[in-house]
Design a protein around this ligand. Structure first.
Ligand code: SF4
Length: 104
């Protein structure tokens, strides 16, 4: 229960602002592919963008490598189409995260 006089919007804004400016934690939402073989009737994806280009993937890994020197925790959300469609990319990025997590 929230106290009656609590300013919930101010509290949520504070938590959001302090969260996004933290330098010791990294929050990422990664969309390696928009592709999917299921074609669910309720799906809103257009499937036009395809998959993450190799240069983007390299840039992402390079970004994580740089950040790993100052952060203590990673939080990664996978988003997008069917994960198994681009399994190699998921595994590559996941292992890179694990590697940097163990190294630094
Ligand atoms: S992306 Fe998700 S919702 Fe869309 S077709 Fe694939 S499984 Fe269904």
């Amino acid at each position: 229960m929230v106290e009656e006089n609590t300013d919930e919007l101010r509290r949520a804004t504070y938590l959001h602002e302090t969260g996004i400016h933290r330098t010791d934690k990294l929050f990422l939402t990664i969309m390696p592919t928009e592709q999917c073989n299921f074609r669910c009737v309720y799906c809103y994806e257009s499937f036009l963008r395809g998959s993450m280009l190799p240069d983007i993937r390299k840039g992402l890994i390079s970004f994580v490598e740089k950040k790993s020197k100052t952060i203590n925790d990673y939080f990664v959300d996978w988003f997008g189409g069917e994960p198994l469609y681009l399994l190699g990319t998921y595994l590559l990025i996941t292992f890179k995260y694990l590697f940097y997590s163990l190294l630094f």
